[in-house]
Design a protein around this ligand. Structure first.
Ligand code: NAP
Length: 253
């Protein structure tokens, strides 16, 4: 009798809470082994790993601040050591900052915003391509990047820096998708709208979801699981002819 096929391996940055946690759990249910990255909240990451374990799948938590290249290299090395393969990356780790106008933004704020949300995603994509591209001896794979509806709306008076960082993610998605299209790697993005997670509170606006609900054509916020479904679709073979696509999950906004 032949051995059962080895399960594919997915790395989810910021997999400990919110959308990333929903992705990690749903991916495990769909047959992936999952590396759950976090930056600060080890307990939340361990909880996600435990949830996956209780469902009979394999996962482990790996700390890395995606603002640090050394941390990113160590994180990918940890996945290499643990499972010796990589089949998917969800570039999900991201932050917002306090609402501010551009004429109030400090250099430190801008550097942090772009370092985490853009440079971190680029460096993770680079490490994933090195492992998955047939050009480098890999077997192919899929990358899904987390953009935001803010990329198209601009977020005036709130966080134009965040919106611009997500605009960079859209452009990176299209460019990288075309760059590696013949190397077995598909690169797509999901652009969520108002999703019920802690990110709003971390930007100083815990009631943002309730405040914004009416601006959404569907008149409701989205859940992390609804975004995870979009991400899992793009990761899956069902999306085998989609690359460079940006899928809105915004309730029509
Ligand atoms: P969240 O609930 O605030 O969770 C953020 C996750 O990212 C946590 O797991 C956090 O881990 C991790 N993280 C933060 N900074 C990190 C860093 N420097 N290095 C590594 N991990 C880091 O956020 P979310 O709402 O799920 O958002 C996930 C993604 O979707 C983000 O890219 C966000 O921009 C995007 N998005 C969200 C919404 C929304 O309405 N929620 C809308 C559009 C786009 P620790 O707790 O350990 O720091």
């Amino acid at each position: 009798m032949s051995e059962p096929a080895e399960k594919p391996v997915l790395l989810v940055t910021g997999g400990s809470r919110g959308i990333g946690c929903a992705v990690a759990v749903l991916a495990a249910q769909r047959g992936w082994r999952v590396a759950v990255n976090y930056a600060h909240d080890k307990q939340a990451a361990e909880q996600t790993v435990a949830t996956i374990g209780e469902a009979g799948s394999e996962a482990f938590a790996v700390r890395a601040d995606v603002a640090s290249e050394a941390d990113i290299l160590a994180m990918f090395a940890a996945v290499d050591e643990r499972w010796g393969r990589l089949d998917g990356l969800v570039n999900n780790a991201g932050v917002v900052d306090r609402s501010a106008r551009v004429d109030e933004m400090s250099l430190e704020r801008l550097e942090r915003m772009f370092r985490i949300n853009v440079t971190g995603a680029f460096l993770c994509a680079r490490e994933a391509v090195k492992r998955m591209s047939t050009r480098h001896g890999g077997k192919g794979g899929a990358i899904v990047n987390l953009s935001s509806a803010a990329a198209t709306l601009g977020a005036p008076g709130q966080y134009v820096d965040y919106a611009a960082a997500k605009g960079a993610i859209d452009t990176m998605t299209i460019g990288l998708a075309r760059e590696v299209a013949t190397e077995g790697i598909r690169v797509n993005a999901v652009r969520p709208g108002i999703i019920d997670t802690d990110i709003h509170a971390s930007g100083g606006e815990p009631d943002r979801v309730a405040k914004m609900r009416d601006a959404v054509p569907m008149k409701r916020e989205g859940s992390a699981l609804e975004v995870a479904h979009a991400i899992l679709y793009l990761l899956s073979e069902e999306a085998s002819y989609s690359t460079g696509a940006i899928l809105d999950a915004t309730g029509g906004r």
